[in-house]
Design a protein around this ligand. Structure first.
Ligand SMILES: Nc1ncnc2c1ncn2[C@@H]1O[C@H](COP(=O)(O)OP(=O)(O)OP(=O)(O)O)[C@@H](O)[C@H]1O
Ligand SMILES: [Mg+2]
Length: 467
């Protein structure tokens, strides 16, 4: 038989963070026990080309991506990108105990009630967070992180990448890419609650990690643009001038002192939303003690932001350094360059540790009646990448929220390979007819009708966006 590409050794990819203000690309190479940056590039995206995470001007976005790759330093065409915002749903759900195979077979029907979109319109993925057996108080349930992303949105993002002459092979979620970058650089600390806060131009991604697991994610629809627009309004300036002034450069007779009150007022708005997120987390988590807030994203550099955050929440605030353990060759990257790229590179670094083919296949569509559903393999992502294993670190390549449509024949090849595993065997019957799936569905419906699906019971994300 031919050597299908799906079965080839996993290949490294370029981490491509398509932000609304700029594209950031990182290619990593194995180096000793860790990684070094082989290539980095960034290109601005014209204002309003991406609005609220939706690509409005695909040609402009594709052109920015194309320009990033003009640098000969990038050696691979395959890229991992990510999504955020209201087209992505992240949810922790509780299910009756079942085997991994049973879960694979029933996840679509389980998911349906938790996803506010037509299930036909989303790609699904999941990861078993707690298989249930380890917890004495598990009450016969297991915890699963469910991720759904709108197909339309995935197609928009993969479309601009293809238009730019690159091959999209992984689509992840900003908040999880951030987490991968964090684990790569800081490792996992037991008994700590770390808040990753990535403040971009149009959104703030928050991922709260307790004992190494994501327990809460949220995207707030506020960011650097809101600061710039406030400066624009208050001082009656064009966007570009307000943008410069916000960063400290005097423009058009206005000084940085003039904008400080405007920045402070906007920081208060942002903190209100962050406060809501923390309150929500604290009301539902077993611990309310946040150990540290790690800041990334360009807007986290707004004058006074880090200090106010630290003061307000009485929690240590640190700048997230995505190159803490990833070597940046000083000959290629000066100290100044490092300083300027580090704040906005975290998501791209987290994406660059993904691998083409680190996943056998993707669930891409709802199975038609009577057909065995496409399998997902969320649990496989708990396997540390071999590089990290060597380094003694655990890297969770957490969840690819959505994957690219692969030919269904390829999916079947994968399924055939999986069925060869001794663990379980698919019956070939519609999943609803398996007793376990039916009981899972009943259980879930009961929970829903009892209101167990209130936000507090789960890690929710973008549907809670502020704006
Ligand atoms: N020194 C600075 N002070 C204030 N704001 C800054 C500074 N440097 C960058 N910014 C702001 O950071 C934002 C860009 O950050 P980033 O690259 O993380 O966003 P993005 O990924 O493009 O956006 P998003 O993820 O929200 O779509 C812009 O709003 C920019 O004005
Ligand atoms: Mg961003």
């Amino acid at each position: 038989m031919k050597n299908f590409s799906l079965f080839k050794k996993s290949r490294s990819v370029v981490g491509l963070d398509i932000g609304s203000s700029a594209v950031k690309a990182v290619e990593l190479k194995a180096s000793g026990k860790g990684y070094r940056v082989a290539a980095y590039g960034t290109e601005p995206i014209p204002p309003d080309s991406i609005v609220d995470g939706a690509i409005i001007d695909g040609a402009a976005v594709a052109e920015s991506i194309r320009r990033v790759f003009e640098s000969k330093a990038f050696k691979t065409k395959e890229v991992a990108a990510s999504l955020s915002g209201n087209a992505v749903i992240v949810k922790k759900i509780s299910l009756p105990l079942m085997t991994a195979t049973e879960l694979e077979e029933s996840i679509y029907w389980e998911a349906e009630q938790y996803i506010p979109f037509d299930i036909q319109d989303v790609n699904l993925d999941y990861q078993i967070l707690d298989g249930g057996s380890s917890a004495p108080d598990s009450k016969g349930t297991m915890e699963v992180l469910l991720v759904a992303a709108k197909k339309e949105k995935i197609a928009d993002y993969t479309g601009v990448i293809t238009q730019a002459g690159r091959t999209p092979v992984v689509v992840d979620v900003d908040a999880f890419a951030l987490q991968n970058a964090y684990e790569l650089n800081y490792g996992l600390e037991p008994n700590t609650v770390i808040v990753l806060l990535n403040a971009g131009a149009s959104a703030i991604n928050i991922n709260i990690i307790a004992n190494g697991q994501s327990v809460f994610t949220r995207d707030i629809s506020l960011g650097g643009n809101a600061y710039t627009e406030a400066v624009q309004r208050e001082l009656n300036l064009p966007f570009e001038s307000a943008e410069l002034l916000k960063k400290g450069a005097p423009v058009d007779g206005a000084t940085f002192e003039d904008v400080l009150p405007v920045l402070r007022a906007m920081t208060e708005n942002v903190l209100l939303e962050v406060q809501k997120t923390f309150d929500f987390f604290k009301a539902t988590a077993s611990t309310d003690q946040i150990s540290r807030i790690m800041l990334s994203g360009g807007a986290s550099r707004v004058e006074g932001f880090a200090e106010t955050l630290q003061e307000r929440f009485s929690t240590p605030v640190e700048m997230f350094d995505p190159f803490r353990k990833v070597t940046l060759d000083a000959k290629k990257f000066s100290a100044d360059m490092r300083e300027s790229i580090a704040p906005t590179a975290a998501v791209a670094v987290g994406l660059a540790v993904r691998r083409a083919g680190d996943r056998c296949f993707a669930s891409t569509s709802l199975p038609s009646q009577g057909e065995i559903p496409d399998r997902t393999e969320g649990h496989r992502f708990l396997q540390p990448h071999p590089l990290c294993r060597r380094a003694g670190r655990r890297l969770v390549v957490l969840v690819a929220a959505a994957h690219l449509g692969r030919p269904r024949s390829a999916d079947r090849r994968c399924r055939a390979r999986e069925n060869a595993a001794p663990e379980h065997h698919s019956t070939g019957r519609p999943v609803r007819s398996t007793p376990r799936a039916a009981s899972a569905a009943r259980h879930a419906h009961r929970r829903a009708s009892q209101g167990a699906d209130r936000p507090g019971a789960s890690a929710r994300s973008n549907q809670q966006s502020a704006a």
